[in-house]
Design a protein around this ligand. Structure first.
Ligand code: GUN
Length: 287
């Protein structure tokens, strides 16, 4: 293996400790404790794990954590009423509705019901518009974490060729906006892209966010490229369960200059950025 491993776990720990310092200062100097409310509808086991981790890390950072667990059959009206209540609660600075939602609920309507100032996920249409126009947006946590890793590894990203594989609203599209904001030349590739291999091969920065285990092999990676693997896929191999990314780590690490591992790469940065966004929302609310 030649690639340097980008240690997301260590970067996330550093960010969490900066956040905790800021929270302590807000409490001591201003008597304010940032509060994050997380809403989970249904009993998707992966979502339950994420929500539990968010709650634990929120408390560890010194903030208040409020969890609302609603049954799968919750109506759209009841969910909107809860969001309204959280929007008007002055002790809550961040509101997050865990995705995916059960299919009878309208995700766009729900996300756009969150007060944009409390939208720590950055999914509200106002924040999407602010990000797209280079204004002061709440930035989605996973792409924000990826950008932090890229900046701390590469420094200035200006002029670099970036390829984002995946066009989701949660990762692919905001990731492309952030890279553009840092002066990269950006391509968004997806499942209908023709000759994906040759597009990936021109990337100085390759971000994989497709949700397909080990889809990107090492021979799609340019020598010396920085590879950010957003995928977290559970697979069974040799009779055991494994977590793997969207990139075939072994072959990619032979060619890349640097690569994020799965687990321990992008994943830990996501929750750390959520905590940072909550503190930002709190500070803006008390400005
Ligand atoms: N489900 C998977 N990733 C996310 C995320 O970043 N935010 C929310 N709310 N749900 C998710």
């Amino acid at each position: 293996m030649t690639a340097q491993i980008i240690d997301g776990k260590a970067s996330a720990a550093q960010l969490r400790s900066r956040v905790a310092g800021h929270v302590a200062w807000l409490k001591q100097e201003h008597g304010i404790t940032p509060g994050l409310a997380v809403v989970l509808v249904g009993d998707d086991p992966a979502s339950e794990v994420y929500v539990r981790n968010k709650g634990r890390q929120t408390i560890e950072a010194g903030m208040n954590s409020l969890e609302h667990k609603l049954p799968t059959e919750t109506s759209q009206a009841d969910l909107l009423a809860l969001i309204e209540q959280l929007n008007s609660d002055p002790d809550i600075h961040g509101v997050l509705v865990q995705l995916p939602l059960p299919s009878h609920l309208n995700g766009d309507l729900v996300l756009n019901a969150i007060d944009p100032a409390k939208d720590v996920d950055g999914f509200h249409i106002s924040n999407v518009g602010l990000l797209g126009t280079g204004q002061n947006a709440m930035v989605p946590c996973t792409p924000l974490g990826c950008l932090m890793l890229l900046r701390s590894h590469l420094g200035d990203l200006s002029g670099l060729e970036a390829v984002v594989v995946g066009r989701s609203n949660i990762v692919g599209k905001p990731m492309a906006q952030l890279l553009l904001g840092d002066n990269c030349t950006v391509t968004i590739a997806h499942s209908r892209t023709r000759d994906l291999a040759s597009i990936c091969r021109r990337a100085d920065i390759l971000v994989a966010a497709v949700g397909r285990p080990e889809m990107i092999p090492g021979d799609w990676v340019k020598a010396g490229a920085t590879v950010i693997d957003v995928g977290i896929n559970r697979i069974a191999r040799d009779g055991k369960q494994h977590l793997v990314g969207d990139v075939d780590f072994r072959s990619a690490a032979e060619v890349a200059g640097a690569i994020t591992p799965v687990p321990g790469g992008v994943g830990p940065m996501t929750i750390a950025c959520l905590l940072a966004n909550t503190v930002t929302a709190c500070c803006r609310a008390h400005r």
